[in-house]
Design a protein around this ligand. Structure first.
Ligand code: PRP
Ligand code: URA
Length: 212
């Protein structure tokens, strides 16, 4: 895990993350391989995204004695941005099985490049929770910024954002709109193409995950 020299983001550059991200970037990776890779990457990244979560001491009883154990200080709410963010949910839940899930439905209008909202449903208690927003791609940053704005409007105070592939324009926009939200990414790619796709990127994450 490393702070990026130019951007205030955390790049999760663990060897397994680099290898698995390379695999899902490949145009030759099958639908099954892409899904499996996204799930595994989401699990691996969740370890780093949650590293700074606070814990509280709790007394438990082992079969032999009392023990001063740990529990998370606050509930967790995972917030995948539909559709592609849903692909990361299973991997996150593998290590956060008790988390609530907020669904944020957004799609990027491919003409205006602006996000359009079609669904929002969150569990109660956003203000008391640590919220983790997940989406494989941070391109222009419009979808991430809009999702986080919606979460804040519904009370969320502690928000982390995680993605697999990001790029400078998306990072700059998200940090300008939500400077309080830490960004975790597996890679910062150089640029957007004229259709606002990340290059080299991995293509359209939602289409590749759902086979559309
Ligand atoms: C993709 C991706 C992000 C968004 C990134 O979703 O999963 O949500 O685009 O682009 P941005 O940073 O320029 O906003 P898309 O809108 O294609 O919807 P989908 O997940 O339903 O395919
Ligand atoms: N959405 C994607 O799925 N991929 C990109 O590169 C940009 C937006």
């Amino acid at each position: 895990m490393a702070a990026h020299p130019s951007y205030d983001v955390t790049v999760i550059d663990h060897p397994l993350v680099r290898v698995k991200l390379s695999a899902i970037r490949s145009v030759d990776t099958s639908l099954a391989g892409f899904r499996e890779g996204i799930t595994e990457l989401a699990t691996l990244m969740t370890f780093e995204v949650t590293r700074s979560l606070q814990t509280r001491e709790c007394t438990i009883q082992t079969p032999l004695a009392g023990y001063a154990g740990s529990r998370l200080a606050r509930p967790i709410i995972l917030a995948p941005i539909l559709r592609a963010g849903l692909g990361m949910l299973e991997g996150m839940l593998k290590v956060l099985s008790g988390a609530g899930v907020a669904h944020i439905g957004l799609f990027r209008n491919e003409e205006t490049r602006m996000p359009e909202s079609y669904y929002f449903k969150a569990p109660p208690g956003l203000a008391q929770a640590d919220v983790i927003v997940a989406d494989p791609m941070l391109a222009t940053g419009g979808s991430a910024a809009a999702a986080i704005t919606q979460l804040k409007e519904h009370g969320a105070l502690s928000i982390r954002y995680m993605c697999l592939v990001s790029c400078p324009p998306g990072i700059e926009r998200l940090q300008a709109v939500h400077p309080d939200v830490p960004i975790f990414t597996a890679a910062i790619d150089p640029e957007l193409n004229d259709r606002a796709y990340i290059v080299p990127g991995l293509g359209d994450a939602g289409d590749r995950f759902f086979g559309t």
